[in-house]
Write a protein that binds this ligand. Structure first.
Ligand SMILES: C[S@@+](CC[C@H](N)C(=O)[O-])C[C@H]1O[C@@H](n2cnc3c(N)ncnc32)[C@H](O)[C@@H]1O
Length: 243
């Protein structure tokens, strides 16, 4: 199988706006790292996927180093894909091929980190797992460090859930030129929303409400917690560890 390194295009095969959404979430995360280009930051990406976000961070802050954490949950995502994406930065990235919901996933992390990022990954944990991970992330940050979290979130209003689902389905219609491909994708999107809201125990996506996530971050000790960006049910949150 050819190495799939254009992760944005990969997501775009599922719904057209996915490329836009991923690019924007990564941009908001990178733009909100409070440092000059020459600052040597220690950064961690929790659920780093293809490595696209770490690569953008290391390009933006070239004196920085990074810890990449991911258990490679998708069959398309292989170590070679990530290593190719981060090929130019091999000496700057430490790879932890771990499950961030498992006991001791973080024992190898030494020293406090300046910045921790995570994009669309932590929602695969149950709520108690998310809360524990937020506490662990807090523990790994230096005082004054920032956590930038991109996530998919649940919405309380049935009306808006329907509207958001329809938006993704319309977006899939634009992504697929062939009618059968669109029908398959639309069914997958419908099933995903159904499971998230109606059968959460069967869903791999354990989305939580935005206000819950903000509260859990506060409970973990974070301060200056702010929603920085939102597009339908996708958000980016910033939160600081007090000095
Ligand atoms: C939707 S992808 C997002 C990837 C990347 N953050 C990005 O923005 O392109 C979710 C990633 O989280 C990883 N992941 C999900 N659950 C995980 C877990 N419990 N431990 C480690 N990685 C996990 C998956 O392997 C996948 O790479």
């Amino acid at each position: 199988m050819a190495l799939q390194i254009d992760w944005y295009s990969y997501w775009e095969t599922q719904w057209y706006d996915a490329r836009k959404v991923y690019e924007q979430m990564h941009s908001v995360i990178v733009e909100n790292i409070p440092a000059d280009r020459d600052t040597p930051l220690c950064v961690m990406d929790v659920g780093g996927g293809s490595g696209t976000l770490i690569r953008r961070i290391l390009e933006t802050f070239p004196r920085s180093t990074a810890v990449y954490v991911d258990k490679l949950a998708y069959p398309e995502l292989k170590k070679e894909v990530v290593e190719q994406m981060l090929g130019g930065f091999a000496d700057k990235v430490a790879f932890l091929w771990n499950d961030f919901g498992s006991e001791g996933w973080d024992v190898e992390i030494t020293g406090p980190l300046d910045v921790i990022v995570s994009n669309r990954a932590i929602h695969h944990l149950e709520d108690h797992g998310k809360q524990q991970l937020y506490r662990q992330i807090f523990g790994h940050l230096r005082p004054g460090g920032v956590f930038l979290l991109g996530e998919e979130v649940k919405i309380r209003s049935e009306r808006w859930v329907g509207a958001f689902q329809n938006h993704r389905i319309e977006s899939a219609r634009r992504a697929h030129r062939r009618r059968e491909e669109f029908a398959k994708e639309a069914a997958l999107i419908g099933a995903m929303y159904h499971r998230v809201y109606r059968e959460p125990e069967k869903s791999a996506n354990k989305w939580a409400f935005l206000d819950q996530q903000l509260q859990w971050l506060a409970d973990a000790g974070f301060t200056d917690i702010q929603t920085l960006w939102q597009f339908y049910d996708n958000v980016v949150i910033g939160a600081y560890k007090p000095e």
